[in-house]
Design a protein around this ligand. Structure first.
Ligand code: CO
Length: 214
């Protein structure tokens, strides 16, 4: 127990050493500020680390992770990250990345109680209900789970576009693309669901918000 914890600090020292060998100014440069082009909204699952699976370095991706990569519109944590990423850092792309075999999504498909987390997973049950006919028609349970993972990502992409933060960025013609991806734990490949949004034209009318200045 003690040892496994100490290993991380030891790894850190080795990492610093390697980085400095390659570039003595590495930390000097990074400490000067960040200018990431991407905001990543992913699952907390330890097997889906944003930087490693996309071959990116510290400074390149602003990251928010929670169970089942959810965009819950009353979640102050998500909204604060989103606002900072869009309004201050001016990221160009927001990526919602789900993953097949997501424990949160699979739990939401069932009826077992897991505790407090069931209230968070409720949001995924709502996605299921939205696509009930389509999902219930898939007989194979694993296939149905994979499809719900995809549909959940698509819904979160849509939910991002409904936020005041994203709508206002589009309103002021700030370049901002919202993408939906799914990572496959079995082969490490990320699938682009091709549901990218670049404006609010596809929004249901009730979600469209007028420019507060007009
Ligand atoms: Co997950």
């Amino acid at each position: 127990m003690e040892k496994s914890y100490a290993r991380l600090l030891e790894n850190n020292k080795n990492w610093v050493k390697k980085k400095l060998e390659l570039d003595p100014d590495y930390f000097n440069n990074l400490s000067g500020g960040q200018n990431p082009e991407y905001l990543w909204i992913g699952c907390s699952d330890s097997r889906v680390p944003a930087n490693q699976i996309t071959g990116t370095q510290p400074g390149e991706i602003f990251v928010h992770r929670n169970i089942a990569n959810m965009v819950v519109h009353s979640d102050m944590n998500m909204l604060s990250v989103l606002s900072y990423a869009v309004d201050v850092l001016k990221v160009k792309h927001i990526i919602v990345c789900g993953h097949y075999g997501c424990g949160g999504v699979l739990a939401a498909m069932g009826n077992k109680q897991f505790g407090l987390i069931d209230n968070w997973l409720r949001h995924i049950k709502d996605v299921y209900r939205l696509y009930e006919k389509h999902l219930d028609a898939i007989e194979n349970e694993e296939e149905r789970g994979r499809r719900l993972v995809e549909l959940n990502v698509i819904e979160q992409v849509g939910d991002l576009s409904k936020t005041t933060i994203v709508q206002n960025a589009w309103e002021r013609n700030q370049p901002l693309h919202v993408h939906g991806w799914v990572y496959d734990l079995h082969d490490g490949i990320i699938k682009d669901l091709n549901v990218s949004l670049t404006g609010s034209s596809s929004l249901h009318n009730v979600y469209k918000l007028d420019n507060p200045k007009s």
